[in-house]
Design a protein around this ligand. Structure first.
Ligand code: ATP
Length: 523
């Protein structure tokens, strides 16, 4: 039952890893392509038996941190369908566009800004290569920060990235689509699939999905599927403030589906057409937005770090180009298998949304401040994270291949235990002598507190590997000694260490590792 110790662990940040992530997610019941038997639907995915649990655990982890632990934040679950004027007021009808460009030869459509950003990622890869070379050359004496700040080649690459992104930001801000095309041509960017450089002009494309409400064609009302959950919060601002007797500053949080007709919907669950958001709008006194912007940037980064993934996986990207509603914005970017990309947005939305809804609805959306003895339209600080992107972040970092001392490898999904779909698997060593009954008894006891499973198929070593690959933090084995003294072996997924414990202590041992409190207390 004993295993050899790990001496080396690797999983390169490459295309191969990304392919492995996608196939592992399918093979182990995490994510399937939607309508798989009909060859799938592009950029739409279904969460399978393990995926749905991981997703629920991420959602709960967010909800607990935002709503349960903050006495001035409450939740809401607003409808996906909203009055169509909502989207006029929010600016989505007029300004929720992406710049698209078609390749005339391949007939493929791309987001013009993404083509330019991907070009910059290639330059960034060159910087990483220089760092790697220098790490090898200087060994332990290597000082990465100093190298990045002084190496001439790296500085030139960085300078190039900065100037390209600056120009892109400015052109998009001014809606100068002609210059975006010119930039693509100057950088000599080709179609990533065909290599052709025969581009059309850049055009704007609205991302909202339209639908109809009502049976008869003349009375039917044109609706949109919501492209973000935030507006459901804004239109309920007064209802919640009054019924909840909320005082500024206070927040309203919501998780739920959003829909976007994305032009480039690739990269698995990173960019989907139907996805889930976890958003919180924090209503504040005008003039305090800088303070709360810094506060929520820090708070959200701490939430990410509490999950134990290395700090190098995260970075802030402060926006040059601001959306029409924002006076400051930053992304928390994560090092996905295809490089650093946006995981969460923190936006200082000013009073844009509430003012616009006041104007379009004719209803007051204000707060009476007793201290100041006056009413005002609050400012808003938003935190907005994609649940599916968070899933991909956690899942892709967790998937590792470890080389063991006896020249074998194991595939292990090192999910933070608090998020793992199944917390423990219980095995009888063999299928007789009353061991299966004892093991099932343990499952029946533990299942009131945790997701646990019973497995008796194959040798124990094989069962361990199966649970490693699916991400189960604990394996509990019942053997003949259990019959004598009620003790079992408990094996830890990451260290593979095993110890003998009393059955009555199992609940406490597992709780210690998987309890939300234990993780969130680190914040
Ligand atoms: P991107 O620049 O990647 O298109 P965005 O800036 O449009 O994202 P926001 O409108 O700020 O995204 O949405 C908030 C969050 O919702 C994002 O940080 C991301 O995690 C998630 N999100 C947005 N679009 C998608 C999508 N198509 N699929 C999955 N998650 C998404």
């Amino acid at each position: 039952m004993f295993e050899v110790v790990v001496y080396f662990c690797s999983m390169a940040n490459t295309e191969d890893q990304f392919k492995r992530v996608i196939s592992h997610a399918k093979e182990y019941g995490y994510v399937f392509q939607s309508s798989d038997i009909y060859d799938g639907l592009s950029a739409v995915y279904d969460y399978a038996q393990n995926g749905v649990e991981l997703k629920k655990n991420i959602r709960d982890y967010w909800w607990k941190a935002m709503v349960q632990l903050n006495d001035n934040i409450v939740g809401i679950d607003s409808a996906i369908f909203m009055h169509p004027t909502t989207w006029k007021a929010s600016g989505h009808v007029d300004a929720f566009n992406d710049p698209l460009i078609d390749n005339k030869d391949s007939k493929k459509r791309y987001r013009a800004d993404v083509l330019v950003e991907d070009y910059c990622l290639k330059i960034e890869a060159k910087i990483n290569k220089e760092v790697l070379k220098a790490t090898k050359r200087f060994g332990e004496n290597f000082n990465k920060e100093e190298f990045l700040a002084t190496n001439q080649r790296v500085l030139a690459y960085q300078e190039k990235i900065n100037s390209i992104l600056k120009r892109l930001g400015q052109s998009l801000e001014k809606e100068d689509l002609h210059d975006v095309k010119q930039l693509i041509e100057e950088l000599d960017i080709s179609d990533p699939l065909s290599g052709s450089k025969n581009w059309t002009d850049v055009k704007q494309f609205n991302l909202m999905f339209g639908t109809k409400l009502g049976a008869s064609s003349d009375s039917a009302m044109d609706l949109f599927l919501r492209p973000e959950t935030a507006q459901g919060i804004f239109v309920n601002f007064s209802n919640i403030q009054k019924t909840g007797r909320m005082k500024i500053p206070f927040g309203i949080a919501q998780t739920g589906k959003a829909f976007r007709n994305e032009i480039v919907a690739r990269q698995f669950i990173f960019r989907m057409r139907e996805f889930e958001q976890m958003e919180m709008q924090f209503f504040i006194k005008p003039g305090t937005q800088q303070h709360w912007y810094q506060y929520w940037k820090e708070a959200r980064m701490k939430w990410h770090l509490s999950l134990g993934m290395q700090p190098e996986n995260y970075r802030f990207h402060d926006h040059e180009k601001l959306a029409h509603y924002a006076d400051a914005a930053s992304d928390i970017e994560f090092d996905f298998p295809f490089g650093f990309k946006e995981l969460e947005g923190i936006h200082s939305r000013t009073d844009f949304d509430l003012k616009a809804h006041e104007e379009f609805s004719g209803k007051k959306l204000q707060f009476f401040d007793h201290e100041e003895n006056k009413s005002y339209v609050p400012y808003v600080l938003e935190t907005s994270i994609g649940l599916d992107r968070m899933f991909l972040a956690v899942f892709s970092k967790a998937l590792q291949v470890e080389e063991l001392e006896n020249n074998t490898t194991r595939t292990v999904l090192k999910l933070p235990a608090v998020l793992a779909p199944t917390k423990a698997a219980v095995f009888p060593l063999i299928k007789r002598d009353g061991l299966p009954e004892l093991a099932r008894g343990i499952v029946d006891e533990l299942k009131w507190d945790f997701n646990v499973i019973y497995d008796e198929k194959d040798a124990v070593g094989k069962r361990y590997r199966r649970q490693d690959a699916v991400g189960t933090p604990f394996c509990i084995t019942v053997d003949h000694e259990t019959l004598e003294n009620n003790t079992v072996t408990i094996r830890q997924r990451d260290s593979m260490s095993q110890k003998r414990v009393n059955v009555k202590d199992l609940k406490a041992i597992i709780s210690e590792e998987v309890d939300v409190k234990h993780w969130l207390k680190k914040i």
